[in-house]
Ligand binder design. Structure first.
Ligand code: SF4
Length: 71
């Protein structure tokens, strides 16, 4: 059975969201999109358009996101 769905995955639940150590600081961990097929590849996912750093991933996601599996 196919698992293909039209549901859009938010970055916070996407397996491609990963820490970006080079953009992080001692008190803040930056997350970036690691999907090289996405138009948002390498974009930071927990920063606002104004440049405000956020603790949670707030980017809404893209159509190429894939839900992280729970183990
Ligand atoms: S931009 Fe798309 S591929 Fe990248 S982390 Fe978000 S949902 Fe996943």
């Amino acid at each position: 059975m196919s698992e293909v769905t039209t549901e859009r995955v938010r970055c916070a639940a996407c397996r491609f969201a990963c820490p970006d150590e080079s953009a992080s600081s001692k008190i803040w961990t930056a997350f970036q999109c690691g999907n090289d097929k996405s138009e948002y590849h390498r974009c930071l996912l927990n920063i606002t358009p104004n440049g405000d750093k956020q603790s949670r991933i707030t980017w809404t996601g893209c159509e190429l996101g894939e839900r992280r599996r729970c183990l």
